[in-house]
Design a protein. Structure first.
Length: 266
């Protein structure tokens, strides 16, 4: 048997927190449940499309995190995997898609860079999620050799997204984080939350039946399908619902705690 009895993974937005209901950090009840999981021998992991910096309010409440939809993994303060987009591919994306019709954000684990046509998108995105301004910087401040883990592309029409996916097939992995917005999360080819979980289970010798995940949106589907039991929150996308093995309540209804109790994990 490995170090952990099993692993429980949690998406962040609308799973651990819900800004629509004014829940900006993990609740005290959720924190208590995470501590019980640890005491019971389970590894607790955030598993988010966000970069590490965008999780700083809650990341210390978990034993580790999978960020940028699977591109980066950290366990107990130690980086165990960091897969970035090749520099030449990053430059090609900038040349072709920094336009008035496709704004770009380029993310490291510590800062998100915006380019000329992405400035208005950046401002709206930051205000929408109430994110600190110091998490962002203009691309001109990007340091040579600094790795880009994820690109976020905001499009004015679906045809641009389809064109991008076709052009970079075999080079980049594209995941729509929202079912109702023309936005793509872009990582290195093959990178998904599910693929990162497979790596985690292998590295820590965890049986798949002892893996669980809580999620709510389209970019959680691979995660929900990969684990032994995928739990979907009360507010969820159609695709997430179709991937669920079990349903629980909303964040406001303490869905994490009630779900863990129903599973007999705490």
């Amino acid at each position: 048997m490995g170090k952990y009895k099993g692993v429980v993974l949690f998406d962040y937005d609308f799973t651990t927190v819900d800004r629509d209901d004014g829940i900006l950090v993990a609740s005290q009840k959720t924190i208590e449940s995470l501590n019980k999981l640890k005491e019971n021998g389970y590894l607790t992991m955030l598993c988010s499309g966000r970069s590490k910096r965008f999780l700083e309010d809650d990341i210390d409440k978990f034993q580790g995190a999978i960020t940028c939809n699977g591109a980066y993994t950290e366990i107990e303060g130690r980086s165990v995997r960091d897969i970035h987009i090749p520099q030449d591919v990053v430059q090609k994306v900038i040349r072709e898609y920094d336009t008035e019709e496709s704004a770009l954000h380029l993310e490291t684990q510590d800062v998100t860079y915006y380019i000329e046509h992405g400035q208005d998108f950046y401002k709206g995105f930051r205000l929408f999620l109430d994110l600190p301004e110091h998490w962002f910087a203009p691309w001109s401040e990007h340091k040579e050799g600094e790795h880009i883990t994820k690109i976020v592309m905001n499009c004015t029409k679906k045809e641009i997204m389809d064109q991008f996916r076709e052009e970079f097939a075999g080079q980049l992995q594209c995941v729509p984080p929202f079912e109702d917005k023309l936005i793509l999360d872009v990582m290195s080819v093959g990178i998904t939350k599910g693929e990162a979980i497979d790596y985690l289970l292998d590295q820590f010798e965890i049986d798949r039946k002892d893996s669980y995940a809580f999620g709510d949106s389209d970019n959680d589907v691979e995660m929900l399908k990969t684990v032994g039991t995928g739990v979907v929150m009360g507010k969820h996308s159609k695709a997430a619902g179709e991937a669920a093995a079990m349903f629980t309540g909303t964040v406001k209804e303490e869905g994490i705690t009630t779900g863990l109790e129903a599973l007999g994990l705490i």
